[in-house]
Design a protein around this ligand. Structure first.
Ligand code: SF4
Length: 303
């Protein structure tokens, strides 16, 4: 049944010249039919270079918006219309405008996991893999980092020469992991290396052998000579690594590391997008695209 649906999706996307993007956190059966898989910004860049004019984003809303900002002339469809990101929506544009009044001399650094409405008011974006490099290159000593206080705390610790102001936001999935989960996992798997995403809390990250983005964690695990790993990011990554490295062992840091929004896309959603009976087309005014692209362009200039 799943194989039949996958075959029909592959046939339709080829016939209609449609490109499917799948974030690494969506279900494995969707990644199998995707043209590109990976982190959100990498997907947007690959889609920008792709020859097709219609893109289906299997991920969450801000990712489809980022695709649209990078490829305004293309039709971008979010496969699961209800898939949002609680972190991206934690701060409204009005709240940020107020924050900027409180911190007038600060450069506003936004994690890419933010809405386009918020990006319009930010100076520069970062991804989890580029945050350190980009923040180190910002001339201003004062940085207002939004919305993830854990990624921000990681930057603050590594760049003591900067005055990094954090706000009370973050990914509810990664931030829910407690230090006790690390102690339990290490006790159960004493030979395993711990690889964690910087969206986890500092008391979790301090135990890590490696801290990095999702793609950074995958690269590290694939290239490492070690044979066992505890994976401190969304549970799909441990599963995916187990498929691509069958000779190694991967243990999720916590069984609660599941993003419900990322898991909301189904193969039927993708099929419905291809037949024109589902999904959410992303439409944004040209002016908004222009304003939101400023902080992304700045990220590319500095990164
Ligand atoms: S894992 Fe966290 S940051 Fe990523 S989409 Fe889910 S809630 Fe948002």
């Amino acid at each position: 049944m799943i194989k039949d649906l996958q075959a029909e999706i592959l046939r339709l996307k080829k016939e209609k010249n449609i490109t499917i993007l799948a974030h690494s956190y969506v279900a494995e059966e969707i990644q199998e039919i995707a043209d590109y898989t990976g982190d959100s910004f990498k997907l947007s860049q690959l889609a920008q270079q792709d020859k097709n004019d219609t893109l289906i984003m299997c991920g969450v809303h801000f990712m489809a918006e980022t695709c649209k900002i990078l490829s305004p002339e293309k039709k971008v469809i979010l496969s699961s219309p209800c898939a949002g990101c609680p972190m991206a929506e934690q701060v409204s544009a009005d709240e940020l405008i107020e924050l900027k009044k409180q911190y007038p001399d600060y450069t506003v650094v936004a994690y890419i996991n933010t809405t386009a409405a918020l990006k319009e008011h930010c100076d520069v974006c970062v991804t989890s893999s580029s945050a350190l490099e980009i923040c180190s290159k910002i001339e201003n000593k004062n940085i207002l980092f939004i919305p993830d206080c854990n990624l921000g705390a990681f930057v603050k610790e590594k760049l003591p020469e900067k005055n990094v102001q954090l706000i009370n936001g973050g990914c509810p999935v990664h931030a829910a992991v407690k230090e006790q989960a690390v102690l339990d996992a290490k006790a159960a798997h004493p030979d395993a290396l711990l690889l964690v995403h910087p969206e986890c809390k500092p008391e979790v990250c301090k135990h890590a052998d490696y801290i990095g983005s999702t793609s950074g964690i995958v690269d590290y695990a694939v290239k490492s000579d070690a044979k066992e790993f505890i994976i401190g990011t969304e549970i799909s990554i441990a599963e995916h690594l187990q498929y691509i490295c069958p000779d190694k062992k991967f243990y999720p840091l916590s069984k609660n590391l599941i993003c419900a929004d990322m898991k909301s896309t189904t193969l039927v959603d993708v099929y419905n997008c291809l037949t024109g009976n589902g999904g959410l087309e992303i439409n944004m005014p040209d002016e908004q695209i222009k304003r939101a692209s400023v902080c992304i362009d700045k990220m590319l200039e500095l990164g």
